[in-house]
Design a protein around this ligand. Structure first.
Ligand SMILES: CCCCCCCCCCCCCC(=O)SCCNC(=O)CCNC(=O)[C@H](O)C(C)(C)COP(=O)(O)OP(=O)(O)OC[C@H]1O[C@@H](n2cnc3c(N)ncnc32)[C@H](O)[C@@H]1OP(=O)(O)O
Length: 225
């Protein structure tokens, strides 16, 4: 999120008009809310991992389930109706709390902080735990594609330009062990509304996945800026 600016977008008929929403809220207030909610998502991540790994007895599992159901009911007592969408303020701060990769409130998302360097290399690091397993002890191939897609999308989208994934090609060079990973992406070239992006996913021993993508500035998002 820190790598993207606000995007005035989602024209009539696109279906996106209601999810790119400008809000009259200060950056300080958005930061304050994130500081309250992000730790809850962290705790839920721990809950997911604990649910996979627990060896407690069956009665304990049933009791924990009842407690979790009660917590869910408390959180749902007041809630938005539908997805969190992408929001931005007049200061250019954007936030997408439900995003599957970077959503600050989304426990499904690994805690991925995407950074854009001054030379436009976009990168992110995270540790993939037991929740992301595919082959035994290894990262699920779709999870690798998910992370790459997002970081590549940030690279393609640049500051005030929004792009959508058109085509993604993955070459799985070798299996990625669960644990620390680094994703890097950069724009290779542009042709009209098409942005060609190259990227890698790596473990500490080197590249495990190479990716090429075509990201498209949708016709409804074309601006003069
Ligand atoms: C606050 C804001 C934050 C914003 C977030 C920032 C970071 C977020 C990061 C998120 C990252 C996660 C990101 C996600 O998860 S994005 C979600 C996954 N992607 C989608 O859902 C996309 C669905 N498809 C579409 O919306 C449209 O089909 C698009 C927008 C792709 C094109 O529809 P449009 O009507 O505009 O296009 P056009 O027909 O005029 O064609 C234009 C040109 O493009 C070429 N072409 C067309 N389709 C494809 C294709 N599939 N592959 C390759 N090329 C394609 C076409 O030949 C033509 O080329 P040329 O003939 O001119 O040479």
């Amino acid at each position: 999120m820190s790598a993207t600016g606000g995007v005035a977008g989602g024209g009539a008929g696109t279906g996106y008009a209601s999810i790119f929403v400008q809000e009259d809220v200060s950056t300080a207030e958005v930061d304050r809310l994130e500081a309250v909610h992000a730790p809850l998502a962290d705790s839920v991540r721990d809950l997911v991992a604990a649910t996979i790994q627990t060896c407690v007895d069956e009665d304990e599992v049933r009791e924990v389930r009842a407690e979790v159901d009660a917590l869910v009911a408390r959180l749902r007592a007041r809630r938005i109706d539908g997805p969190a969408g992408v929001r931005y303020n007049a200061e250019g701060r954007s936030w997408s709390w439900g995003n599957a990769v970077v959503g600050e409130r989304n426990a499904v998302a690994p805690p991925l902080d995407v950074v854009r360097d001054p030379d436009d290399l976009v990168h992110a690091e995270t540790v993939l735990g037991v929740q992301y397993e595919g082959p035994p002890g290894m990262v699920h191939g779709g999870v690798g594609a998910l992370l790459l897609d997002h970081v590549m999308g940030v690279a393609a989208s640049a500051r005030k330009r929004v792009t959508f994934t058109g085509t993604l090609t993955m070459r799985y060079v070798r299996a990625t062990p669960l644990g620390p990973v680094r994703i890097e992406a950069r724009v290779d070239r542009e042709e009209g509304r098409k942005v060609f992006v190259v990227a890698t996913l790596a473990d500490p021993d080197g590249v495990t996945v190479e990716a090429h993508g075509v990201f498209i500035v949708p016709s409804w998002a074309v601006t003069d800026a």
